[in-house]
Ligand binder design. Structure first.
Ligand code: DGL
Length: 275
């Protein structure tokens, strides 16, 4: 596997939409020499309210498209797909490696607050499966974990209402449901790729001492270390590239995706594909 030709293959990254661009950004920073192909399944967003069977099918179809583009590593930059379908995707990608975002997010939280009380904000599907709870408890049996589904925050992020009174009021509406659990939290885990954009209103709903953690940079570190250990990292000096694919709405992908990527995008930066 670890031939020069394989080291030159791209890394495939997918999400249900544009949220995973926060992970793409971190990958780009950690691995500037790698070619990255990002697929946003915008035609079928959101995944978070769908059944596990549909989420698995969608994730598997997205993976198949990236496999056809000859990737050397798959990064599942979607918490929901990572929670529901990681085992299925690992099977499908064999012998190539697959990284999800739940385990890196869990390890970032445990590193920030050992034996801490963690509050996970995520989609309905991620919460229903208790994916973060299991990942955290495996790493740190002394940790305590609560999880809260916050679907409305996905729409807020997509709408560009990332801060201000409306965003703060909606976050507060969710957090108030938890009462004492929220007040006791040591860490808040942004367990959905959309939520890093709402970091400010989310942080404002908790005490200053609370650590707000997301999985993007930890996932990029895991990818970096994995490529090194498998001798699959691109050659030094190779200028990495980014290719963006979406299943619907190139214009909207570019407009909303630019917020997530922290860079201006145009519709013709995005190739439309069918799964
Ligand atoms: N990308 C999804 C996640 O990280 C959020 C959006 C969706 O529900 O599809 O869970």
């Amino acid at each position: 596997m670890n031939t020069t030709a394989n080291r030159r293959l791209p890394i495939g990254v997918f999400d249900s939409g544009v949220g995973g661009l926060t992970v793409l950004k971190a990958l780009r920073e950690a691995l500037p020499g790698e070619d990255l192909i990002y697929l946003g399944d915008t035609a079928r967003l959101p995944y978070g309210t769908k059944s596990p069977a549909s989420i698995s099918r969608y994730a598997s179809q997205a993976t198949r498209l990236l496999q056809q583009r000859d990737i050397k590593l798959l990064v599942v930059a979607c918490n929901t797909a990572s929670a529901v379908a990681l085992d299925v995707l690992r099977e499908q990608m064999q012998p190539l490696p697959v990284i999800g975002v739940v385990e890196p997010g869990a390890s970032a939280a445990v590193a920030a607050r050992p034996a801490g009380r963690h509050l996970v904000l995520a989609t309905e599907a991620t919460v229903r499966l208790g994916a973060y709870r299991r990942a955290i408890e495996l790493l740190d049996p002394a940790a305590r974990v609560n999880e809260l589904a916050c679907e409305m925050l996905v729409s807020l992020a997509e709408e560009g209402w990332h801060d201000g009174a409306i965003a703060e009021a909606i976050v507060a509406r969710y957090v108030d449901e938890l009462g004492a659990v929220a007040e006791a939290a040591d860490s808040v885990i942004l367990g959905c790729t959309h939520f890093p954009l709402l970091r400010a209103p989310i942080a404002a709903a908790f005490a200053d001492s609370v650590s707000v953690v997301d999985s993007a940079s930890t996932t990029a570190t895991v990818a970096h270390d994995l490529l090194d250990s498998l001798d699959l990292a691109a050659d030094r000096g190779h200028p990495g590239s980014v290719r963006l694919l979406a299943t619907d709405g190139a214009g909207r992908f570019a407009r909303v995706g630019g917020w997530f990527l922290g860079a201006d995008l145009a519709a013709n930066d995005v190739e439309l594909v069918d799964l």
